[in-house]
Design a protein around this ligand. Structure first.
Ligand SMILES: Cc1cc2nc3c(=O)[nH]c(=O)nc-3n(C[C@H](O)[C@H](O)[C@H](O)COP(=O)(O)O)c2cc1C
Length: 173
């Protein structure tokens, strides 16, 4: 199939446009006790239920990206609306990410943010490079969740979800 000449949109426009898509916010963490790394992400998607697989997309060249590939495992902490400071901390370049952060550890021994809405431990199933990001698929092992409200990110700002008060959509539950 031949396509007409096609020009991709520039990075700034892409970022501004897709920033309108409100997303949840998580911290991906990985490494070993002598070198834990992590970063704030919104590119977290549930991909498969049997087996349980989720997907994350991490920028190439980041310390976390390289270490997920090397260690073959990562933790996911979906942040609550009370954890804006954590989201900002893990999105700020440089410095030690875990020194001042309260974490818990499961069987894979990756740091999981205490009081996060969801804590999941994953083993890398596969990955591939797409543009300037590396997309990882993770098999989900231990996963814990609590009641609460997730933090949201939209057009560069953090906030909270407010429902319309209608009935729940049954297919999710
Ligand atoms: C709300 C939010 C969502 C983000 N989502 C992603 C993401 O999905 N993938 C990514 O590579 N970076 C994402 N970032 C940017 C990284 O958190 C940021 O560049 C971080 O500093 C990268 O870690 P590093 O400094 O160790 O490379 C996001 C930032 C914010 C504030």
């Amino acid at each position: 199939m031949s396509l007409p000449s096609f020009q991709t949109c520039d990075a700034t426009t892409m970022r501004r446009a897709m920033g309108r898509l409100t997303s949840g916010v998580a911290v991906v963490s990985t490494g070993t006790p002598d070198n834990f790394q992590g970063m704030t992400i919104s590119s977290l998607t549930s991909i498969s239920l049997e087996p349980s697989i989720l997907m994350i997309s991490l920028t190439e060249g980041s310390r976390t990206t390289d270490l997920v590939g090397e260690s073959g495992k990562f933790g996911i902490s979906i942040l609550s609306s009370r954890q804006e400071a954590v989201a900002r901390h893990f999105a700020t370049r440089g410095g030690s990410r875990f020194e001042s952060v309260d974490c818990e550890y499961g069987s894979l021994e990756v740091p999981l943010i205490r009081d996060a809405l969801v804590q999941a431990e994953c083993v890398v199933h596969s990955w591939h490079d797409v543009g300037d990001h590396r997309v990882f698929y993770g098999l989900v092992g231990d996963i814990r969740f609590r009641d609460g409200t997730g933090i949201l990110f939209s057009s560069g700002k953090f906030g909270e979800f407010h429902d319309f008060g209608h009935d729940e959509m049954p297919w999710l539950f």
